[in-house]
Design a protein around this ligand. Structure first.
Ligand code: CAA
Length: 282
């Protein structure tokens, strides 16, 4: 795999081969990725984003979330699958706790007294997560070790979670007096239901891999030494599907929870017309 930015050349995505709507943007250079604690490797249709501060258990800073957003804005147009993984013993220990005291970089924490400014600020950080839902890509979280707080939410932001048997999820925010605000509450409720989501968040207890698989937090669960192989097999299978059908189907499936049956039926017809034109049109 080649580092996407080894030559320091910014890549810009303005047009996607499948007609999708990647917003375009300049890829973060090597220095920006390093400051963000991230590594990006692009090999053809597969991008791998590695949370890369193992000595801090991949704790994340504002720079990390801005870096993730920049990666999302600048993905090469032919990338179809994005894998998120963690270097070292854990996926991610969540927010860098040093930021609460201003030691973790990024200029310290806001006290929320400027509500409008804080709203804009958090919205900007959430952009590091929301791009993972774009229909043009399928996103896979490869989780081993701890996935705490913001790390748990990052796994939830992905389409599919593959977990090693040492994976441990914890929504720590309420225990720190905060709420999960990095897009995690909606997928958590959709996956495990409101009762289980309340129980997990309000006790901030740890969910081990076996339970995660049982309650739907993980689609695939494997021994620790089988994680990379399982992700590779999944990626291969995802890439084997017709690209246009994959985009349309992801759009359809993610739209389903917000639609009535009639609306969803109409969406199926609309997407199928597009597919029929693509597959059988002259
Ligand atoms: N922030 C900053 N540093 C962290 C960190 C974090 N979140 N998590 C771990 N580290 C550092 C440790 O301080 C330690 O540094 P030193 O070597 O300098 O002592 C190093 O990483 C290794 O950590 P441990 O020795 O604790 O490693 P471990 O493997 O025994 O334990 C762990 C791993 C269970 C993740 C444990 O480190 C831990 O509980 N970390 C804190 C987790 C946490 O509370 N995160 C915040 C969640 S809330 C959130 O993310 C969202 C929000 O908005 C509030």
């Amino acid at each position: 795999m080649a580092d996407a930015n080894t030559d320091g050349r910014p890549e810009t995505v303005t047009d996607r081969a499948d007609g999708g709507t990647a917003p375009g943007g300049t890829a973060p250079d090597g220095a920006a990725l390093k400051e963000a604690g991230l590594r990006l490797e692009v090999a053809g249709a597969v991008a791998t984003v590695t949370l890369d501060r193992p000595e801090r258990r991949n704790a994340m800073t504002f720079a990390t979330w801005r870096g993730l957003a920049a990666i999302g804005r600048s993905l090469p147009a032919d990338v179809r699958v994005v894998v998120l993984r963690g270097a070292g013993p854990s996926f991610s220990a969540g927010i860098d706790l040093g930021m609460f005291s201003g030691e973790g970089g990024g200029g310290g924490f806001t006290d929320g007294s400027d509500a409008a400014g804080t709203d804009r600020f958090i919205a900007e950080l959430q952009e590091g997560y929301t791009w993972l839902r774009r229909p043009e890509i399928v996103t896979v979280a490869a989780v081993h070790g701890h996935a705490i707080g913001a790390g748990f939410q990052l796994a939830l932001a992905c389409d599919i979670r593959v977990v090693a048997d040492d994976a441990r999820f914890c929504m720590k925010e309420p225990a720190l007096g905060l709420v999960p605000d990095l897009t995690g509450t909606k997928p958590l409720v959709e996956i495990v239901g409101i009762g289980r989501a309340l129980e997990l968040c309000l006790t901030a207890r740890t969910v081990h891999a076996e339970e995660a698989a049982r309650i739907g937090l993980a689609e695939i669960s494997v021994p620790r030494d089988g994680l990379d192989g399982a992700v590779q097999d999944l990626v291969t299978a995802l890439l084997a599907v017709n690209p246009g059908a994959a985009v349309a189907t992801k759009r359809l499936l993610w739209g389903a929870p917000g639609n009535s049956l009639d609306e969803q039926c109409a969406a199926e017809r609309r997407e199928q017309i597009g597919r029929l034109r693509e597959v059988f049109g002259r």
